[in-house]
Design a protein around this ligand. Structure first.
Ligand SMILES: [Fe+2]
Length: 399
């Protein structure tokens, strides 16, 4: 089966406003070209309909900030897929439900809060995108299990449980309730009885995509990720498709002698404006990355340059805010900072330094004040996955 995964689409209707400092800073916070979300989505839809892709999966954050109007417009666009025979399955992200930075932007710093949707409303409007076809639905979350010709798909809701804990706060982190884990185990035991792999899809990451991610960006991994990764392996899951950080990265770990792979799918609104196409057949998974180009009304170079400059500002901001606050003051070293910036750029674009390039960088820092532990971490970051993160071919059978 050939399917497309679109993560972190952050659909945004321009009637909510696209000018002013408040709008700009919201875009920058998540490194996205929000003002082009409609044209980008239209282009992805057109491209998908031209291919032999039969299913489209959304791994959360399909609306900018859960605004009712953006859910309405997004749902209208989904009809284009279904009316052309392409089936759609969705699972929410932290931006799709409940309390959010959901505003109309009136220019300058002026904003006015707009309506968002809750869990019941979510189910009402999206029932036909996965829940209706499900073999089993979790009563404690928005998770569900489906069967396709070539694999079982476990759509795991990592977003709504944290929202319930903090109903009046904007929540970025994710978790999977123990009741939901029990449901996962029971459902897999009851329904996944044929000799087919189980692929899981959820918004938050399961495996660390770079050393110290848990300390530096804990909200981007699901809570208790180490134990959960072991639980997923135990359930027979060998491939997890995630999103949330807007970066293109593949992490692999061997847990109790078994390999598990987390493919983190980038956002089509964040440079390099990517989405993924997978083909799973006979327990073999192949993945390729596609890039958005030639959207209506904007020159290609202008679109990609704009996205790259927003990402660059975001990386600089994150390094200042997050890394230096965690005591990594070596980032004051200009050369080292430059290296971390380029490593972050590679993380987003799905590239890796070769061993030769990495060794050259490490050698150049040998006599500097940079800690060897950090150098070692960055070396691991580079070597974690030996080939480009933009393509993949692996065996996902349960052995
Ligand atoms: Fe997210």
């Amino acid at each position: 089966m050939k399917f497309c995964v679109i993560s972190d689409l952050h659909y945004y209707d321009r009637s909510l406003g696209i000018i002013g400092e408040a709008f700009e800073s919201m875009c920058q916070r998540e490194s996205k070209v929000l003002q082009y979300s409609e044209e980008i989505f239209d282009k992805i839809i057109a491209d998908v309909l031209e291919t032999d892709i039969t299913h489209v999966f959304f791994t959360g954050d399909f609306t900018a900030n859960g605004e009712t109007i953006n859910h309405d417009k997004f749902a209208e666009k989904l009809e284009i897929f279904t009316s052309n025979g392409v089936e759609v399955f969705i699972i929410p992200g932290n931006h799709d439900l409940g309390k959010q930075y959901a505003f109309k932007y009136l220019g300058g710093e002026k904003t006015v809060e707009v309506q968002t949707i809750d869990k019941d409303n979510y189910l009402d409007r999206y029932r036909k995108y996965g829940y209706k076809q499900a073999l089993s639905i979790d009563k404690n979350s928005l998770s569900y299990l489906c069967e396709f010709d070539d694999f079982y798909a476990l759509f795991v809701d990592s977003a709504s449980a944290s929202k319930i804990d903090f109903p009046d706060k904007v929540v970025i982190s994710g978790k999977i309730l123990s009741e939901t884990q029990d449901w996962m185990r029971q459902s897999i035991n009851q329904y996944c009885i044929k000799d087919k792999p189980i692929v899981s899809l959820m918004h938050h990451g399961l495996l660390e995509h770079f050393p110290h991610q848990k300390e530096l960006y804990s909200d981007f991994l699901v809570d208790d990720s180490d134990n959960l990764a072991e639980t997923f392996v135990d359930f027979g899951i060998r491939l997890v498709l995630t999103g949330h950080h807007h970066a293109n990265s593949i992490a692999r770990e061997k847990i109790n002698g078994v390999r598990i792979t987390d493919v983190q799918c980038g956002s089509p609104l964040t440079s390099p404006l990517a989405y993924k196409v997978f083909e799973i057949h006979a327990s073999q998974a192949k993945m390729e990355t596609r890039y958005v180009s030639d959207i209506k009304g904007v020159a290609n170079a202008e679109l990609h340059n704009k996205a790259a400059s927003i990402l660059q500002r975001n990386i600089d901001y994150e390094i200042d805010k997050s890394m230096s606050s965690k005591g990594l003051d070596v980032l004051g070293d200009a050369r080292f900072r430059e290296f971390v910036v380029s490593a972050m750029n590679m993380y987003y674009s799905g590239k890796r330094l070769s061993n030769q390039e990495m060794n050259a960088v490490i050698k150049s820092f040998d006599t500097s004040s940079v800690s060897q532990e950090l150098i070692y971490s960055l070396k691991l970051f580079s070597e974690q996955f030996s080939h480009s993160n933009n393509g993949l071919s692996l065996d996902i059978s349960i052995k």
